[in-house]
Design a protein. Structure first.
Length: 222
């Protein structure tokens, strides 16, 4: 794959927008990694690295993980060989400082590449509450369900391991409201920036999974 076919993509969207589903499918199609900032931080914690210990300490005290740590974790991942033809980011950047961090990483490790395409998958607050309130997880094996779209075969029981499935604490109504407020505080300025400086595509996330994917592929012209 030559340079003209490289893809450096950022996906944004509120909780429940389905961006994780879309990034996973798109990564397989483009043969580039889908990288979640949150998952990278959790990986550091699980593997008991030095930076993981610092992340855990901050999270336990209720403090935000610093931009310096996030930059360190993201740069370590984005300079790996599997990103040479591009990558798909979810959860990074989150604000103006991290935009500059991403630009510096691209300049240092990806031949000064600047063509970052941003996809914003939008859904209404009503749809967000509907989706998240019906989401269930199995904490024993990590499987996810949706009571309307993808319910377990036996009510309340995980298909894979037989343990009870539960609603995530951050999917409770008050938690959803707080998450949405935080999302807009962080992401609205980013959307404004990307609309002025980059290619920003807005995708209706209330369509079927297949139609959302079709719209993304149409805009990427692949």
């Amino acid at each position: 794959m030559n340079k003209a076919h490289k893809h450096f993509l950022v996906f944004m969207g509120p909780p429940g927008s389905g961006k994780g589903t879309q990034t996973d499918m798109l990564a397989k199609r483009l043969k580039i990694p889908a990288i979640s900032a949150g998952e990278l931080l959790r990986w550091e914690i699980r593997n008991k690295s030095l930076v993981g210990a610092e992340i855990q300490k901050k999270m336990n005290s209720g403090r935000l993980v610093s931009d310096k740590i996030i930059r360190e974790v993201m740069e370590k991942r984005l300079k790996k060989p599997d990103t040479k033809n591009g990558f798909i980011l979810d959860g990074f950047p989150r604000h103006a400082k991290q935009i500059k961090d991403l630009e510096e990483i691209l300049r240092e490790h990806h031949e000064g590449e600047k063509d970052v395409l941003v996809f914003y998958i939008y859904i209404s607050p009503v749809e967000i509450r509907r989706r998240l309130s019906n989401r269930r997880v199995c904490y024993a094996c990590g499987s996810s369900y949706h009571l309307e779209i993808n319910p377990p075969k036996k009510k309340g029981i995980c298909d894979k391991c037989g343990h009870q499935i539960e609603r995530r604490k951050d999917d409770a109504p008050t938690a959803i409201a707080r998450r949405l407020k935080n999302f807009h505080q962080e992401n609205d300025p980013l959307l404004e920036y990307f609309s002025e400086h980059n290619h920003l595509y807005r995708i209706n996330g209330e369509q079927s999974i297949e139609k959302v994917r079709e719209d993304i592929i149409r805009d990427l012209k692949i």
